[in-house]
Design a protein around this ligand. Structure first.
Ligand SMILES: Cc1ncc(COP(=O)(O)O)c(C=O)c1O
Length: 397
């Protein structure tokens, strides 16, 4: 048996007639930027996320950038995030001239730790004259925190929001991997993108809600913020050739992608449900092996399993053996950002975040997609258990 990491074709085959009709309609209209498809998708996705506004844009990276800008983060500010994420989270910070600060992650969920957030402010910052906390090392105002809902599970938003309120930080969510993930906040179940000031989504094809190309969007309850983002994504223009902001660029999402995304949005809950079923099969089959650590799902959160990430001993050997058995797998992410050459100038070094570093060395993403069959999960699990057990026996001899 051959098990791919994802299978986008199976998803698209299910909705081929609708997608082809949308292609034909956009082709016939020959209107490829803006228009009713963009407006309809923005409205529908806003309703889905439980927010007042969604602003589509060219990519998830642009979405994080727009979300930070619209939330008032300015060039020179410092933004706190985790080093265990995709680089785009941090690119968005540096692209607007802000300064990233990394903190440790939670050992169970691998998300930015609310305790580490408070500890950082208390031990490393002092209160500035303008009411913002100032990072003692860089001398910059710490104005925002950027939790990432990694792998499809929302970060622990209740304590993050409480710490943020206490220390005057704006909360921007990176929801690139969490379309439809939920969290119980103040007793109410809310969706990713509606907890902070703004939430940034990616529609990269492999995401739970993916375009047939690049795409992104920002969700927000703030009408003014949405207005500003609409300007920035369109060359800072309020109307054609009238430019009212110098901070714009071409960050629009095209008509065809919005038409496709609106069709796929209607399938999102069903496909997320199928991912949850796949995760349940994994959980049941791996439960007996204490060497394989499954993903944690704390009470009050619904995981949408963008990725199914376990931790295993001797990962490199497991990957090699998977290759021999035609089982695809991935690493999200093998090198924490604080140890990347790109961020050498930030001055971090090995040992700064032991939990992050340990997690990066042991994680392994198993195949996960809505159309994955129970037989595939059986095969992956039985081979994984065999490989891990053999490794353990060899180690003991
Ligand atoms: C956590 C995270 N943030 C941001 C992004 C950026 O999205 P995009 O690739 O659409 O620019 C991604 C995409 O992979 C991501 O996983």
């Amino acid at each position: 048996m051959k098990v791919p990491f994802v299978d986008l074709r199976a998803m698209h085959e299910e909705i081929r007639p609708e997608i082809e009709a949308a292609f034909k309609d956009v082709f016939d209209r020959s209107s490829f930027v803006g228009g009713p498809y963009v407006e309809t998708f923005e409205k529908d996705f806003a309703a889905y996320c439980g927010v007042l506004q969604v602003v589509t844009c060219a990519s998830g990276t642009d979405a994080v950038k727009l979300a930070l800008m619209a939330s008032g983060v300015r060039s020179g500010d410092a933004v706190i995030t985790a080093s265990h994420t995709f680089i785009a989270t941090v690119e968005a910070i540096t692209l607007i001239g802000a300064h990233p600060i990394f903190i440790e992650i939670d050992a169970d969920t691998y998300h930015l730790s609310p305790a580490a957030l408070e500890e950082f402010i208390v031990t490393k910052c002092r209160l500035g004259a303008d009411g913002h906390w100032v990072d003692g090392t860089s001398g910059r105002s710490v104005t925002a925190v950027l939790p990432v809902h990694l792998y499809g599970l929302m970060a622990d938003m209740q304590p993050i929001l409480e710490v943020a309120r206490k220390y005057n930080l704006t909360v921007v969510e990176d929801c690139a991997q969490a379309h439809g993930a939920t969290y119980v906040l103040d007793g109410n179940k809310i969706k990713a993108g509606s907890a902070g000031r703004a939430g940034a989504f990616s529609f990269y094809p492999g995401k739970n809600l993916g375009a047939m190309g690049e795409g992104g969007a920002v969700a927000t309850q703030d009408e003014m913020a949405a207005q500003r983002m609409r300007l920035w994504r369109d060359h800072g223009s309020s109307q054609k050739y009238v430019h009212v902001s110098p901070d714009g660029w071409n960050g629009r999402l095209d008509t065809l992608q919005c038409a496709i995304l609106d069709i796929k949005l209607k399938k999102l809950d069903e496909w997320n449900g199928r991912r949850r079923q796949v995760a349940k099969w994994y959980q049941e089959r791996l439960a007996g092996n204490e060497k394989i650590i499954p993903p944690a799902v704390p009470a009050g959160r619904e995981h949408i399993y963008h990725l199914y990430v376990v931790r295993v001993p001797d990962r490199e050997r497991v990957m090699k053996e998977f290759g021999v058995r035609n089982i695809a797998c991935g690493l999200h992410y093998p090198i924490p950002l604080h140890l990347q050459t790109a961020y050498r100038e930030l001055g971090y070094c090995k040992g700064d975040f032991p939990v992050t570093e340990k997690v990066a060395e042991t994680i392994l993403s198993l195949p996960m997609f809505p159309h994955m069959t129970e037989e595939m999960v059986d095969f992956v699990c039985s081979e994984l258990v065999k490989i891990v057990d053999e490794g353990e026996k060899a180690r003991l001899h």
